[in-house]
Design a protein around this ligand. Structure first.
Ligand SMILES: NC(=O)c1ccc[n+]([C@@H]2O[C@H](COP(=O)([O-])OP(=O)(O)OC[C@H]3O[C@@H](n4cnc5c(N)ncnc54)[C@H](OP(=O)(O)O)[C@@H]3O)[C@@H](O)[C@H]2O)c1
Length: 335
């Protein structure tokens, strides 16, 4: 019995390659008093991890070369010397890209399997769900009646944002990279409109008919030219939440600085950065709301599951390229 781990072997240049990672086998760690051993079931691959592969700190430390790649997973406690985490309990935490991890419980959350499939602890009932909830309602100050445009709209965060807008009395317009994604968000998810940016030449002209009354909130997950296209359509006192800038993550030099800011003068608009870490002390509020909507059948989600920890790097790269509809996960072991 060994512990399969994915190490960061090289700092990627541009889009990461599978050769930037290395699969190794180590002995399974043994918990001491006050610790427990977790066996991962699902591993989350998230866009922010791209920043951790660089050699500079942003809001989170870089992963050291040769270290186990950092990341959140949901798993089961298989051995315990910690009273609060008995064997058989399901937990989510920063256990890294590996099959087994020892923890003392810091930063670990118990998962209540009665709320939904345990994988949801990595998306709609996890960090991406909190991101959607707090950035929309707090940072973007969403109000009923607002028209909200969200980019990366068919991903884990964006698909939740649009649904929160709909169930709170707003108009949701999503921007995403395939017709299949647009069909999902405007069909089952109930968005009012969708724009496939990969088949649209002029984003402003594409958005105009979808937002006949202008844009009150822009929930930005991508930055770059998509964000530029939203600015001319902003309404008076519009709010822009900068949640992510995925179009810039693989660039060696940022391609776009703040641009077209004169629109903010004309519209007296507000632009504000968001970081989910700032809301962890309010996580119970967010999880309570999200779990309620999920139970009532008012929130839907999709998952793209890649099997095998050895395929973690490929799943991560494919997510950056937009292969996922909904949340990209890696299944490390069977439930
Ligand atoms: N600030 C925070 O605290 C926080 C927390 C969580 C997530 N985020 C951010 O939220 C965003 C979404 O995260 P997620 O976990 O929900 O990921 P996701 O949307 O499930 O997956 C990423 C998606 O980004 C899209 N994308 C990739 N390159 C793009 C480009 N050049 N232009 C436009 N879209 C592109 C792809 O979809 P398409 O097919 O549509 O291109 C891809 O499916 C990311 O920017 C992430 O960094 C921020």
């Amino acid at each position: 019995m060994t512990n399969q781990q994915i190490l960061l072997a090289a700092r990627p240049t541009g889009l990461p390659k599978e050769s930037d990672f290395r699969l190794v086998e180590s002995p399974i760690p043994v918990p001491v008093e006050g610790e427990f051993l977790v066996r991962a079931i699902y591993l989350s691959v998230d866009p922010y991890m791209r920043g951790r592969m660089n050699d500079r700190k942003s809001y989170i430390e870089p992963v050291a070369l040769g270290a186990v790649m950092g990341g959140e997973s949901v798993g089961r406690v298989v051995q315990s010397k910690h009273a609060d985490y008995p064997e058989g309990s399901t937990v989510v935490g920063q256990f890294g890209w590996q099959e087994y991890a020892v923890s003392d419980g810091r930063g670990v959350r118990q998962v209540d399997p009665s709320l939904g499939p345990i994988s949801t602890a990595l998306h709609v009932l996890g960090m991406p769900g909190l991101t959607a909830y707090f950035c929309l309602f707090d940072t973007c100050q969403f109000q009923a009646g607002d028209t909200v445009v969200v980019s990366a709209a068919a991903g884990a965060v964006g698909s939740t944002v649009g649904q929160l807008v709909k169930l709170s009395g707003g108009r949701a317009v999503g921007i995403a990279g395939s017709d299949e994604k647009i069909d999902w968000i405007t069909g089952p998810l109930g968005f009012d409109g969708g724009l496939n940016y990969k088949t649209t030449d002029n984003y402003v002209e594409g958005l105009k008919p979808l937002c006949p009354d202008g844009i009150d909130v822009y929930y930005d997950n991508v930055g770059g030219p998509i964000t530029d296209a939203v600015f001319p359509l902003l309404n008076l006192r519009a709010r822009i939440g900068i949640c992510g800038q995925i179009s810039q993550y693989n660039l060696e030099e940022p391609e776009y600085g703040p641009r077209l800011l004169w629109h903010l003068i004309v519209k007296r608009a507000t632009i504000r950065g968001f970081l989910v870490f700032d809301y962890f002390d309010r996580a119970a509020e967010g999880f309570g709301k999200l779990a309620g909507w999920l139970r009532e059948g008012r929130l839907q989600y999709r998952e793209r599951i890649t099997d095998g920890i050895e395929n973690g790097p490929r799943a991560f790269i494919e997510m950056l390229q937009g292969a996922n509809i909904g949340k990209q996960l890696v299944r490390v072991s069977q439930e």
